[in-house]
Design a binder for this molecule. Sequence first.
Ligand code: B12
Length: 225
Amino acid sequence: MINLIPKNKNAVGMADLEVFRSDLERALISLDRDMAQQIINKAASTGSPVEIAGELISRSLKSIGDKWEKGTLSLSQVYISGLICEQIIDTILPPSSPVRKNQPKMAIAVFEDYHLLGKRIIYSVLRASGFELIDLGGGQDVTSLCEIIEKKKIKILLLSVLMLPSALRIKKLKEKLAGSGIKIIVGGAPFRFDEELWKEVGADAYGKDSSEAIDLVTKLMAETL
Ligand code: B12
């Protein structure tokens, strides 16, 4: 198994990550793209770039989102912060690996919303690790997914889900796909908030970041092939 993303999460300690997080949050709130890029580059240089950047961006945007929820930041600040992170993550995402694995058909989508950043990270990291997967983009719902899954004979589906109502509708998707043998891996904010939720909605697995996505896909591949 070739994994081009080294798993040295311990290279950046929790204390360092917290310092980077508060610096990045300040840069994003001030809409200072250059400063945000410098902070992410510095954090990424201390270990596995995408994992660290993913975790750092995820935590910083979560904190910004929490402040928006409390009314201390505007939605436009959340929006621009997201845009800045989208541009920066593009600069550090790994290239696709030329080595491809023998694997069941796999796809990734953002389920019933348009928070695209997490999906973009998971997609790139899996491709960099030699997995072939179809990017179905954002805004997919139960009906569109069922059609695509049948047409393209997808066996493993990764869903990035950021909104709680969308997460709850995975139950409906599973019901519609009963008997198809498809495995569904989920990730995203509602599952990070409640680590039991993936079981309640009937998903086959939950991953909290790109490193776990690689492990889960590898495990499910063995069961599916
Ligand atoms: C940035 C952001 C936005 C941006 C999106 C920009 C973009 N292009 O993506 C904008 C401003 C547009 C936006 C809009 C909205 N948002 Co918003 N947003 C966020 C915020 C702050 C961060 C999301 C993000 O990009 N994180 C960074 C990425 C890298 O992290 P991540 O997605 O968690 O991904 C990581 C892991 O979770 C994991 N992962 C992710 N997917 C997958 C999939 C698999 C298979 C695996 C294994 C792992 C995995 O790996 C990633 C890397 O580590 C979250 C807060 C939060 N806690 O997440 C709210 C949040 C998701 N939004 C929320 C809301 C309500 C909205 C709006 C409805 C607001 C409004 N009133 O209009 C709209 C709806 C938009 C829509 N229909 O899609 C709520 C949802 C609440 C709920 N209970 O459902 C949240 C939780 C904020 C909050 N605390 O209330 N949002």
